[in-house]
Design a protein around this ligand. Structure first.
Ligand code: ADP
Ligand code: MG
Length: 398
């Protein structure tokens, strides 16, 4: 699960990570009040969307105008910028061409930036360890740095038993060219970030840019946090930061029914039990020349209710041109699954071709029920047969 920059800064600052002062604002008036409360003479109005590259992004209604992060030199300018940004669609490298509507702003005190650096904590799947990445090339996309000048990315791997060690922090700080009291500040900063990362079950904490101010302070000017959804049950405060506007409505609905669903770009909706079988089903759809519209694991207890909910979610995706149901009746009996599929297909008034491949306990009875249902269900005998049939049916229907 992702959260907004201002929320990440709020969490990080509780752990002692240094961040500039700021307030969230949902309206022009709130933006103005925030600027007044902050005081000073320079503010930054920052679009809050779950995507990076906001500074370099552009608004759809004003492609030649300023980006999603705007320096403002008076309270009135803060208000004017807030008005221009709220309700508009911001397109950045990370949002894709559709962009994202800006519904919240973060009003932050302007910072006197001397240097922009990069710092992140993430889990490296190769070593299965928390890894720190640091670079002098802050403010730009780290993927580009990794591509063009990989030598500019410094890494430190954290031993899970020992945890983050000060010497690792000092080594990185020197590598970043920090000096004097900045080194101590950076080590403290990293120790706090590590604690936030582990205690909150984050999967990534990225500060880009990490800045050194004119006065020599080390601050997080941007912050991104991503959390392990499986651990959210023990972080109610983090869970409460979920912003449904930023999430796929279908995925939210699926979560409510305890379905493991991920929306994808293709046209064949898949309903499968078991993550492994779901992956194999997606692969074989591709093999037969089409693309899956989703990953969907209905789980072991594929009841009629869950199958119906799954059907509805799949069909609410306007890209779906056909559905492939691939279920192995191990714990569940195939006749029960067939009843669920039939009832669901009736309830949702199926409008696209449906191929069902059942295997396992009571498979013959399951197939018989579907054949006698009077519904245009295309039965398949195995994985390859199922994929071939749905791809063909979709082509014919088009
Ligand atoms: P994004 O990564 O989405 O573009 P950032 O928060 O990193 O958004 O902001 C982009 C750039 O805007 C930063 O690299 C920095 O140069 C500038 N910036 C952001 N916040 C401030 C601030 N509080 N004061 C001064 N400049 C800022
Ligand atoms: Mg940034």
């Amino acid at each position: 699960m992702n959260i907004h920059e201002y929320q990440a800064k709020e969490l990080l600052s509780k752990y002692g990570v240094a961040v500039p002062r700021g307030f969230v604002a949902f309206s022009k008036d709130e933006a103005k009040t925030a600027a007044e409360k902050l005081g000073g003479s320079i503010w930054v109005v920052k679009s809050q969307i779950h995507a990076g590259g906001r500074g370099a992004g552009r608004f759809k209604n004003d492609p030649d105008g300023d980006g999603g992060v705007r320096l403002s030199r008076s309270v009135d300018e803060v208000a004017a910028n807030a008005e221009k940004m709220l309700g508009q669609t911001l397109v950045t490298k990370q949002t894709g061409p559709a962009g994202k509507e800006v519904k919240r702003l973060y009003i932050e005190e302007g910072c006197d930036i001397a240097r922009e650096l990069y710092l992140s904590f993430l889990i490296d799947r190769a070593t299965s360890r928390v890894t720190i990445m640091a670079s002098t090339e802050g403010g730009m996309e780290i993927e580009e740095v990794a591509e063009e000048t990989p030598e500019k990315i410094l890494k430190a791997v954290i031993d899970p038993v020992e945890g983050f060690q000060a010497y690792q922090g000092r080594k990185l700080a020197f590598g970043l060219g920090l000096e004097g009291k900045q080194v101590g500040s950076a080590v403290k900063f990293m120790a706090a970030m590590y604690r936030a990362f582990t205690e909150l079950d984050a999967s990534i904490v990225e500060v880009n840019p990490l800045v050194v101010t004119g006065a020599g302070d080390v601050l997080a000017l941007d912050a991104k946090m991503n959390f392990d959804s499986n651990a959210l049950y023990r972080h109610k405060d983090v869970e409460a930061m979920r912003d449904p506007d930023e999430e796929d409505a279908k995925e939210l609905e699926a979560a409510e029914h305890e379905l493991n669903y991920i929306a994808l770009d293709g046209s064949i909706g898949c309903m499968v039990n078991g993550a492994g079988l779901a992956m194999a089903t997606m692969d074989i759809i591709k093999l037969y020349g089409a693309e899956p519209a989703n990953f969907l694991d209905v789980g072991g207890g594929a009841t009629k209710e869950r199958v119906t909910a799954a059907f509805k979610i799949i069909l609410s995706d306007e890209n779906v041109e056909g559905i492939l149901v691939n279920i192995f009746g191990g714990i569940m009996r195939c006749d029960v699954i067939a009843e669920g599929v039939i009832a669901a297909a009736r309830e949702v008034e199926l409008s696209v071709p449906l191929v069902v491949r059942l295997e396992g306990t009571n498979v013959d009875l399951g197939k018989k029920l579907m054949a006698e249902s009077g519904l245009p269900i295309i039965a398949a005998d195995n994985l390859a047969d199922a994929a071939e049939k749905i791809v063909k049916a979709v082509k014919e229907a088009a």
